[in-house]
Write a protein that binds this ligand. Sequence first.
Ligand code: BTN
Length: 240
Amino acid sequence: MKPDFSFYNFDVISSTNDKAREFAKEGKTNLVVVAERQEKGKGRFGRKWDSSFGGLYMTILLHVKDIDKSRYLTFIAAISVARAVRGISGLDAKVKWPNDVLVNGKKICGILTETVSGKENYALVGIGLNANQEKFPRGIGNKAASLKIQTNKNYGIKKISKLIIDEFDNLYSYYNKRNYGKIIGVWKKYSHTLGKRVKVKTLTGTYTGKAVDVDEECNLILRLNDGTMKMIVEGDIFVV
Ligand code: BTN
């Protein structure tokens, strides 16, 4: 069954993921926290997420049974953002393993999925989409893009958040039916990563090779330069 999501809109908030965590602890679920700015926006691996006015910051809070399958929710979110961006702007948005959306090779969106476990389990799917920003801080400026920079138009934050949720709602039925193969299949259609030579930085090492596949568990399969296959569970990738 499709969940009916309630929206909670804020002007400024510490982090939409943290707000969603508070809601989860109150037993609330099937909701979306949206903010116009975050004071403590979080990225992967404890990084800071630039959260100035103009971007879209949202977290989808879901009550989940299979907490160990939350990687599929990240994939679903990335596909949903790519589809919403394509629909609203006409840009050729692609998904980059494991949880980014790119436009013209630049990052337009990052996703941070966290979980809350206890008597009940919850997933917090945090989405940061660069919408109306005109510039970025030094250091990320050459790697990041926004819808505004790419199209010279402004976009309604609430409208985009609703479009993303419409797409997410459709794909979420595959997750509920544990049809994970279908999620991977759809993700591959939008893939920026597969077929490219990449460098992968993981917590244990750096690997270079061709990204040949994403398996049923969302892992990236690399063919290393010596021909051996390497399964990557987590890391950052760079096209070389
Ligand atoms: C990444 O690429 O490192 C993931 C970035 C995720 C940022 C979003 S913005 C909304 C939500 N709230 C947060 O604090 N982080 C996520």
